[in-house]
Design a protein around this ligand. Structure first.
Ligand code: AMP
Length: 302
């Protein structure tokens, strides 16, 4: 029961108060795959330029990531540069160089077309719709987006919402999309436009899973050291979708548990720069962190 991700494969240069990286492997598909493969095999569709360090992708391959959908073309890889504020709560994008990503037209290899669980990383909503046309019978389709598309391709994004099961965005994006500052009203605004469920990521405050009848909240793991928040959302998505694929069930109870797996994988991702935080995570580490979440929110009624 495979999980497919389509998204960016990037070289990130990130500065936080604790250090910086230059041209470190990242991008939504890479963070998703590095987290997801710890729970279930992941299939990746994306594009890289002639300068991308293939060793990193080979390491992912050795961990159960199928790269048959990664196309290497002549030219520069997608590069993204950002700087975080002192409290890591906000960041400024300093540079985005699309390179070969500018001409990315996702082509799903035949062997990926039957993927049951599909995640559309943050790319042009027109391309996200194009991916949906290529997958034959997904059980659950989820997608991410960002302020850039909310502002520049709003109509296409609203069309996409009519065709997906779950939208996963952060709180700022939910507010921008709905033009409503209240996060719960914003979630219901989104639900009225198509998806049966919406996940709203709230950074260090955790994440919400909202459907028409209920709201579920997972906190963020109380880490005492956070080095680099980049990719936390994509690692969350990877953990969430891969857990669902691993049990091949997307009932309400499983989705709630998947939120905890997502939060656990997101927390590993931010403990080091780039994808390094996910490099050495073991199944026992994941189990321990999931259990810690249970303790974190457990209480007895009086
Ligand atoms: P997140 O921290 O979850 O927002 O994801 C950060 C990742 O998104 C970085 O690894 C970037 O390479 C990637 N990224 C940044 N801007 C874009 C964009 N315009 N399109 C696709 N991916 C992007």
């Amino acid at each position: 029961m495979s999980v497919l991700v389509v998204g960016s494969i990037a070289l990130d240069s990130v500065a936080t108060p604790f250090g910086e990286t230059a041209d470190a492997p990242g991008g939504s598909a890479v963070f998703f795959a590095a987290a997801g493969c710890l729970l279930h095999p992941v299939q990746v569709v994306g594009v890289i330029g002639s300068d991308y360090p293939l060793g990193v992708l080979k390491q992912l391959e050795a961990r159960g990531v199928d790269l048959a959908g990664v196309e290497q073309v002549q030219g520069e890889s997608f590069r993204w540069k950002a700087k975080y504020s002192y409290d890591l709560a906000s960041r400024e994008t300093l540079d985005t160089r699309l390179g070969v990503f500018a001409h990315f037209r996702p082509k799903i290899p035949d062997k990926f077309k039957q993927a049951r669980y599909v995640f559309l990383g943050n790319i042009d909503p027109g391309l996200q719709l194009g991916v949906l046309d290529q997958v034959t019978h997904p059980a659950l389709t989820a997608c991410d987006t960002m302020n850039y598309w909310i502002n520049s391709k709003r109509e296409l994004l609203l069309e996409l919402l009519r065709h997906i099961d779950l939208l996963m965005v952060n709180d700022t994006e939910a507010r921008e999309l709905s033009s409503d500052w209240n996060i719960y009203r914003a979630a219901h605004w989104i639900l009225e436009r198509g998806p049966k469920r919406v996940i709203i990521k709230q950074g260090e405050h955790g994440a919400l899973l909202v459907d028409a009848k209920s709201t579920f909240k997972v906190p963020a793991y109380p880490l005492q050291e956070v080095f680099d928040p980049t990719g936390a959302g994509d690692a969350f998505a990877g953990g969430f979708m891969a857990y669902i694929a691993s049990v091949n069930d997307h009932s309400d109870a499983v989705l709630r548990r998947a939120m905890v797996y997502g939060a656990a994988l997101g927390s590993f991702a931010v403990e080091a720069f780039g994808i390094q935080g996910l490099d050495k995570v073991t199944p026992a580490d994941i189990r321990a962190r999931v259990r810690a979440f249970k303790d974190l929110v457990h209480f007895d009624l009086d």
